[in-house]
Design a protein around this ligand. Sequence first.
Ligand SMILES: [Zn+2]
Length: 109
Amino acid sequence: MRPNRFDKAKARRQNIARERIVMLLDMARSSALAGEMDLADRYAQLARKMGMRYSLRMLRGFNLVFCRRCLRYLVPGKNARFRTIGGRLSRQCLGCGAVYRMPLKDRRK
Ligand SMILES: [Zn+2]
C-alpha cells in the first residue's frame, strides 16, 4: 500500500519522538552516573511516556534499563542486580524487588 500524507506525517512525528527518546535516555544515563537518581527516573519516565504517546516500539535495550513496576531507571550494581542463571538473564530491581527474566538465546529484543 502506498503511504498517504497522513502516514508520512506520522512517520515524521515518530522519527522526532525517537530522537527525543534517545536524548532522554542519554540524559537519564548521565544523571544516573552522576548519582542523581531522581533526575534519571524522571528522564526515563518521560522517555517511556513519549514512546507510548507516539506508539513506538520500545527501543532496543530500553526494557533492560527500566523497571516496569516502579518505573525507575535501573543502574546495574547500583539499584539493580543482573545475573545469568541457566542461560537466562535475570534482572532484579532493588527498589521494589521486581524480578525480570529473559532467555539469552533466541531473544528478539
Ligand atoms: Zn522496581
